[in-house]
Design a protein around this ligand. Sequence first.
Ligand code: GLN
Length: 487
Amino acid sequence: MPAQLHYQSITQLAAALAAKEISAVELTHAVLARTTAVDARVQAFNSRDEPDALTQAAASDARRASGEACGLLDGIPVGLKDVIAVAGQPLTAGSKILANFVSPYDATVTTRLKQAGAVLWGRLNCDEFAMGSSTENSAFHPTANPWDVTRVPGGSSGGSAAALAAGEVVAALGSDTGGSIRQPAAFCGVVGLKPTYGLVSRYGLVAYASSLDQIGPLARTVEDAAIVLGGIAGHDERDSTSFQAEIPDYRAALATRSGPWRIGIPKEYFGEGLDPEIGAAVERAVKFYQAQGCEIREVSLPHTQYCLDTYYIIATAEASSNLARFDGIRYGHRSKNAKDVVDLYFQSRAEGFGAEVKRRIILGTYVLSSGYYDASYLRAPQVRTLIRQDFLNAYREVDALLTPTSPIPAFKLGEKSDPLAMYLCDIYTIGVNLAGLPAISVPGGFTTGGLPIGLQLIGRPFEEADLLALAHTYDRAHDWNKRHPAL
Ligand code: GLN
C-alpha cells in the first residue's frame, strides 16, 4: 500500500485501487483523518459530510467487487468549491446570504463526477461569490496557506488549493473568472487549469460574471488535471454557452502530443511589479523548454495595459445583474427588520452581502446606468475584442505562451486591505478570461522563503490536449509536487 495516501496522485491511487491494495473506504478514511488532523489550522472547508463520503466510497468498493469496469476517478475523494451545487448539501458561495441554503439539485460537473464514481468530499471555502484573490472575502472565515499559515492561499478558489496542498482532498474543482483557479494553485504549489470558455458546463455554478466564468480542476499533477478535465468536459444542453466539441482523451494525449512547440514570451508580462524570484523561475522554465527543442520567441500583447479596467467593468456589470436574484424572497437570507416589501429587499441585501460584493454591485450598476453606459460599459466589450485579437495574433507565430501566474508569491493575511492592491494581483490571469482561452498554472519552484511559485502556460482555444501535453513535459521532469508543507 502506498505511504501517505493523502499525498498520492490520482494515477497512483487508481492503480492501487485497481490492484485491490487499498479500498475506496480506506482511502476516504485516510483523507478524513488527515482533514481532522490539519483543518483547524488550514480551514479549507465550509461544510463536510463524513458519513456521506464514506457511503459513496463503499458504493465504489461494491462496484469494483462486482466486477464493474471502474474508471480512474472511481473511489477518488474530490472536493468542490462552495459555488458548485451538490443535491442535498449546503451551497453558500462563501456568503451570509446563502448561509442556510441547501442545493436542491446537482451541477452538471457534479453529476459527471458522480457518474465517474468520484467520492465528493466537502464544500471548499472561497471568496464571497468568487470575488477576490485571497479567500479573505469569505463571510465565514479566511483559509490559511498550508506552506505558511500566516499567509493567504490565494483566491477565490483558496479552499480548493489549500485543501489539496494540505492533503485533505486528492483533487478539487474551482471556478475561474479572472484567475481564481490558477492564482491559488500558484500560491499553494499545485496544478490549476482554467479550460476554454464553453468546454465545461456551468449549469449549477453560482454565477459571478457569466461571460468569463469557467469551472476547472485543481490537482497534484498535470496528468491528474487531465483526468479530471476528461471527467467534467463536454457539451451540456443546460448551458447555452456550452460548446459542441469532440472531447479527446486528454490523458492519452500527454503521451502522443510531444511538440516541439513554439513558445511565446509576452514582453508586457515582465514589467514593473514582478517579483524577481518569480521572473527567475520563468527564465529557468524557458531554458528547460529550449533544452527540449522548443523554440522561444518574444511576442507582444499590446492591449495588456487595458485588461484590468476592461475586466473590472465587465465583471462588475455582469455581477450586478447576476446577483439581483438574491432578494430575500425566493431563497437565501431574509431580513427580520423590514418595514415593508421594498424595505425587505434593501435590508435582506444589506445584511446578507459583504463589503466587496456590495462594492462590485454598486460599481457594476454604475457602469450600466444610463448616462454612463456609453462611456464606460459599451467600450469594454470593444477593448475585450482587441485583447482577444492580441492573443490570436500571437498564435500565428507561436503555439502557446509562457508567463508567471502571479506577480508575487502568497502574501500575508490582512496585508492587502486596499481593494485596488488586491485587483492588481490578477494582472497576468485576467487577459485569458477576457479572451476565453485555456490556461494552466504548474508548480515552478519555490522562493528562498519557501513559498511556491506558479508558471502559467496559455493555449489555443479548445486545444487543451496540446496545452496539457506541453505542461506535462515540464511537470514530469520536475519534482516540485513531491514536496509538501510541514504543517
Ligand atoms: N480576483 C478576481 C476577482 O476578484 C478573479 C476572481 C475569479 O476568478 N473568480 O474578480
